[in-house]
Design a protein around this ligand. Structure first.
Ligand SMILES: *Cc1c(COP(=O)(O)O)cnc(C)c1O
Length: 369
């Protein structure tokens, strides 16, 4: 029996995080980024296999810095999927670059490469590939790398949802781009409340990123500035939490896969709901994403049954902030029918069963609502 409300997502912090912060407070009082932050960066570099990791204060500014570091300037076009968190386009909008929206593949919800090819103009300076929910594009990541190379433009990866997910060629998601970006906001698989990380194998890009986040300083703590930079630094308190969260990541990856598998089995055969596919050998599903019929009715019914959900992103072009014309059948379909089911890593099997039973009752129940 489930007698409490099941939230669609909530972060999970434990005694380890609490102790790490207390230990730090007994040792040092600067709070701003230092040794703990370096350790956290090293853990992410080791986990993903990247040569460099640079953390910043969120997974939006990380994308802004990624774009600046690869040479995108105001007026340049950046190709962005029309299905994504609004941070992806806003990150380049922030300094006057122009996001150009392209529809996504039906199953992976990643950029459709054929449409990307058509959207490239002489002004295109980068492609921002978003690995939606950990998935890689079905067209293959190599096809995107080849296209970027052929056109002389940069591939940037917004892998905010993809820590713990791999490409079929064995690289961690985020490593195919010149820069890959992660987020540690509260819904993500690993959280520091707010936070972001950039990974790259390119020494020069890494150097630029470090300067951009620290006032353009030529060295730590000095006041010699040879380039324009800002302040997007991290804090040791976040790093204390991040280090403990990274230690828990391997177990979370396993649990996310189990959760998805259980949902998929329990929802099988229900007319009206289909689970987006995942290859569990590669991806750790961050959120349980499904296409549903009669979405608004289902959301209300599930709420009565103590189940929280969240509608998936509507097309960015339909947001009042953009309000652009254009035909984006896949993104529009997701905007109408896409729904996220409870997906927190601490979800119990009983809770998953309760959610699936409630969904079955909605579509097949005696009253057939
Ligand atoms: C979460 C997310 C972001 C934004 O990250 P923040 O840390 O919240 O700024 C960007 N892109 C995608 C795809 C995301 O899921």
């Amino acid at each position: 029996m489930v007698d409490h409300f099941i939230m669609q997502m909530r972060p999970l912090f434990g005694e380890e995080e609490k102790k790490a912060i207390c230990d730090y407070m007994d040792e040092d009082g600067f709070i701003t980024e230092f040794k703990r932050t370096t350790q956290f960066e090293q853990m992410i570099a080791d986990y993903t296999g990247a040569r460099h990791c640079i953390v910043v204060n969120n997974g939006t500014i990380s994308l802004t810095l990624a774009a600046m570091a690869v040479g995108v300037v105001a007026g340049d076009e950046v190709i962005v999927p029309n299905y994504t968190m609004i941070a992806s386009p806003n990150a380049v909008k922030m300094f006057g670059a122009v996001p150009v929206f392209v529809d996504v593949e039906r199953d992976t919800l990643c950029l459709d490469i054929e449409l990307v090819k058509k959207a490239i103009t002489p002004k295109t300076r980068a492609i921002m590939l978003v690995s939606a929910n950990g998935r890689a594009p079905a067209a293959g990541i190599a096809a995107f790398e080849a296209l970027a190379k052929e056109k002389g433009i940069a591939l940037i990866e917004d892998s905010a949802q993809s820590l713990g997910s791999w490409f079929p060629d064995g690289r961690h998601v985020g490593r195919a781009g010149r820069v890959g970006s992660f987020s540690f906001s509260s819904p993500k698989i690993v959280s520091t409340g707010q936070g972001g990380a950039l990974i790259t194998d390119d020494d020069e890009i890494a150097r630029r990123l470090r300067r951009l986040k620290d006032f353009g300083r030529s060295g730590g703590g000095n006041d010699i500035h040879d380039s324009i930079g800002f302040n997007f630094k991290f804090t040791e308190l976040q790093a204390c939490i991040g280090i403990e969260q990274m230690r828990k990541l391997p177990a979370r990856v396993i649990r996310k896969k189990e959760i998805w598998k259980r949902y998929q089995e329990k929802l099988a055969g229900i007319d009206g709901v289909s689970v987006f596919p995942h290859d569990l050998a590669l991806t750790a599903p961050w959120f349980i994403d499904v296409r549903v019929e009669r979405r608004e009715g289902l959301i209300d019914y599930l709420k009565q049954r103590n189940v929280g959900t969240r509608v998936m992103y509507p097309p960015i072009t339909r947001q009042a902030a953009y309000d652009l014309p254009g035909d984006y059948p896949v993104a529009e379909d997701v905007g109408r029918r896409g729904l996220w089911l409870p997906s927190a890593v601490q979800l119990s099997d009983d809770e998953i069963d309760h959610v699936c039973e409630a969904i079955r009752d909605f579509y097949e129940g005696p009253k057939n609502r």
